[in-house]
Design a protein around this ligand. Structure first.
Ligand SMILES: *Cc1c(COP(=O)(O)O)cnc(C)c1O
Length: 383
């Protein structure tokens, strides 16, 4: 790489702005007002406070679910959802090998056995054909992850669950605002979970949600998240359980965010369109969308052609003030996950994948700057 070119670009870049972070939440609504209401009322914990219930009700109605219960973060939502199934050691739970490690960890934490499945080349989602090959008489449940905000092949995966009497759990942590056949994801499975971490489409600071199809499952989840506190006898507990509740302060932020959900989606869609326009000529591949899904555009991700370009491009962008993230490592590559077999498609994607800045706050001139920097990287590499 030509050194003087490189420093010129840095200089030009700094005239425009400082670092472009990979994510930044959009906090333009009543977040401050609602948090102040918590402080003024002194209800800042999780046992009482109006915002918890309000957020739960509004969230349920937004996605079209009947039963929801809020929790303190995404991994706890996953663990709580799985705990309602009362899995036994040896029971197997199917999941995609390419996803956030929280999903696999939650399965291990219940004592059950995670069984990873390879990805599809174009949508990067769990491959239904591969799922069929991984089924055994011990398979009890399947966790599908709507990776990067694209719905996975729910028709095919739901059919497998039905055929083999498996519980379907949807991991919608990246998919608030994602629709499949005009229905919001999280309303297909027996259970679903959402995360409201700072880089998720709507945030609570930290928070999560468990969605259940039936009232029975809701009862179980609610009981397990509140130390199985008796409804009729003070400080009496019938079961070993957890305290996974969301605080009123987090719910206050989340409610303010939910009120702006449509604005945030529109901004994220705009960001996605700008990237598409300005990256068009470059040798990068994006996640392929499918006809019956609406992408939430949670994160703007691209794959480089050759794995050796990945870190080089990331380093180049970093040097000019643009922050990126690599894709997740496929779970079988981590030392403790004990997954057998090969996962060639997930490896292919993971070795090439980069998440670009994806905040709803991004302006077109920033997307142009990012695109020009990527173009410059390829020009310098060809020289
Ligand atoms: C973010 C995320 C989680 C974890 O949720 P947090 O609340 O952010 O810890 C789990 N699974 C996936 C797929 C995620 O993207």
């Amino acid at each position: 790489m030509n050194k003087s070119d490189h420093s010129n670009l840095s200089k030009n870049y700094q005239e425009h702005s400082t670092t472009i972070p990979v994510y930044e939440p959009y906090l333009q609504g009543r977040e401050k007002e609602y948090v102040n209401q918590c402080l003024d009322s002194t209800w800042i914990s999780s046992c009482k406070g109006e915002f918890i219930e309000r957020f739960e009700q509004e969230f349920a109605s937004y996605i079209g679910a009947e039963h929801v219960t809020s929790v303190a973060n995404g991994p706890l939502a996953l663990h709580l959802a799985l705990e309602t199934l009362e899995l036994l050691p040896g029971d197997e739970v199917i999941l995609p090998v390419l996803a956030c490690i929280a999903t696999l960890n939650a399965i291990l934490q219940t004592g059950a056995t995670p069984v990873c499945v390879d990805s599809l080349e174009h949508t990067w989602q769990m491959d239904p054909q591969e799922v069929r090959r991984k089924l055994t008489p011990k398979t009890k449940a399947m966790i599908v992850v709507h990776l990067h905000g694209l719905a996975c092949d729910l028709d095919a995966l739901q059919a497998i669950c039905l055929e083999h009497q498996l519980t379907l759990i949807e991991d919608c942590t990246e998919a608030f605002g994602t629709y499949y056949n005009d229905q919001h994801v999280g309303t297909f499975g027996d259970l679903a979970i959402f995360s409201f971490y700072g880089n998720k489409t709507i945030t609570a600071g930290e928070g999560g949600m468990v969605v259940t199809k039936t009232e029975d499952l809701w009862e179980k989840a609610h009981c397990l998240k509140t130390q199985a506190l008796s409804k009729t006898r003070e400080y009496w507990h019938n079961l070993l359980a957890y305290d996974y509740r969301m605080t009123n302060i987090n719910a206050a932020i989340a409610l303010a965010q939910l009120e702006q959900a449509d604005t945030i989606f529109a901004k994220k869609r705009q960001v996605a369109e700008w990237y598409k326009l300005h990256l068009e000529e470059l040798p990068l591949k994006g996640q392929e969308e499918t006809l019956n899904t609406r992408h939430s555009n949670w994160v703007q991700s691209v794959m480089v052609e050759y794995p050796q370009e990945k870190q080089a491009l990331r380093d180049y962008l970093r040097a000019v003030g643009i922050d990126t993230r690599p894709f997740f490592y496929p779970a079988h590559t981590l030392p403790y996950t004990k997954q057998k077999g090969a996962f060639p498609v997930a490896m292919f994607i993971s070795y090439r994948g980069i998440n670009l800045p994806s905040s709803p706050n991004l302006k077109e001139k920033e997307i142009i700057l990012i695109s020009e920097a990527i173009e410059r990287f390829y020009i310098l590499r060809c020289d």
